[in-house]
Design a protein around this ligand. Sequence first.
Ligand code: MG
Length: 448
Amino acid sequence: MMRNKNKRREVLKMLSLGSAAGLFSATPFTAKAKQPEIPDYKKGLPPVKIKNVKAIATAPDGINLVVVKIETTEPGLYGLGCATFTQRAVAVVSAINGYMNEFCVGKDVDNIEDMWNSFYVSSYWRNGPVLNNAISGLDQALWDIKGKRANMPVYQLLGGKSRFAVDCYAHADGPNPGAVTEKVQELMSKGFRHIRIQMGGYGAVGSAQKAPDFKTAGFGYGNDNYMNENAYLKSVPKLFEAVRKACGDEVELLHDIHERVQPMNAINMIKQLEDYHPFFIEDPFSPENMEWFKQLRASTTVPIAMGELFNNINEFKMPMVWQWFDFIRVHVSQIGGITPAMKIARLGEWFNVRTAFHGPGDVSPVGHSAHAHLDLPIWNFGIQESVNFSEKLQTIFSGCPTMKDGYMYVNEVPGLGVDVNEKEAAKYPIGTKSNWQVRRNDGTIIRP
Ligand code: MG
C-alpha cells in the first residue's frame, strides 16, 4: 500500500514537472514555429577593437592643434578627440604616435573608464601636461566612437539635454576703453549676453607706453614681453566703468587677470570692481598661490573662476569643497577628456560650483564640441567660452558647433559631430616656437 502511494506521488511529480516544462518550452517541440523577430535594442553591439591610434597635427591659423584619431576593426568607424597643447604640440604628437598607439592597438573600444585608468598609470610617472593631453584626445575619441556605435550624440549618453543650447561668452579686446566698448556693443548686437573685456592683451601685456628698463639694459631675449603691473591694476576699474556707462547694467561682464599680478594687488583690484557687478573674475592667482583664495573670499563677494592650469582633477577637489571658486575653468583637452571633466562637474553640483570650461583658440573644433556635449547634460552648467572658427579652420574640420544669439549648438549627429579632412590638415604644419615669457620692468619673469 505504502509502495503504491509512493509510486503515485512520483507519477504526479513527473506530470507536474512535465506540465511546467511544457509551459516554458512549447516552441522547441513545434519545430516549424516562427521565431519572433529580435528588436535591434536587444541585439547588443558586436565587439570592436582598436586598429590604430595616430595624431593629426595642423596649424591653419598659426595656432598648433593636435587631434587623436582612433581607427577600429569596424570598416569606416573611427573616433576623434582633441589633444591640443599648443606650446608643446610636437611632444604630444610623439606621445600619441610613439606610446599610445602601441598601448591601444588590439584593445576594446568599449571600456572607456578602464582604458583611461590603464593608460594613466601605464607610464608610472603621470599627471603632467603632454601625456594628459594625449589621454584627453584618447578619451574624447572613444566617446566619439561610443556615440557613433549607439547612434546618438555624446550628450545623450551623458544624460541628455538640461537646456536647449549652450549659453556662451565672447571676447571684447582693444587698446583702450573706447575700442573695447565698441566691440562690446557689436557683440551685444549679435545676441551675446556675456562678454569678457580685456585691454592690451592679458595683464595689459605690451600696453606700456615706454620701453622697459630690461630691454634698454639688453637683458632677456628679443621676443620677451613686458608687463607694467601698476598700469594694469589702475586700468581695469576704469575699463569696467567706461563699459558699464556705455552699455548699461544688463550685459554680464567678465575679466581674466591671467594670474600675472601679486596676490594682494589682485584682491584689492577685484574689490574695486564690486560696483560694476562682474559675472566673474578669472584666474586671480597662479596655481602656486592657492592659499590666497582664503583671503580673497574673506575680502570680496565678486564671483571667481579658476582652474585652467590644473593638471589633475584632484586639484579641484578641496577648493570646490571649501567653495573658493564659483566657476571651474576645466581645460578638458588637458585634464584628461570628457571622463574626468564629467566627474569634476558632478562634484560641483554638490557644492553649487558651476562650470565655465576653458574654450580658447588653442583648442580644436573637436575639443570645443566636447565642451558643448558636456555643457548640455550637466545641471550645474554656468557659461561656456566661445571662439570663432575661421573659414580656413572649417576647410579642415567640418560639423563644427555653430553660434546663434550667443548660444552654441552642436552638430546633431552620432558622436561628437566633428570630422577632419586629413589632406587639408597636412597643408598647415605645426611649429615649435612659443612666446609666453613676460617680464617685469627689471626683467624678472612673471609666472602666468
Ligand atoms: Mg584664463
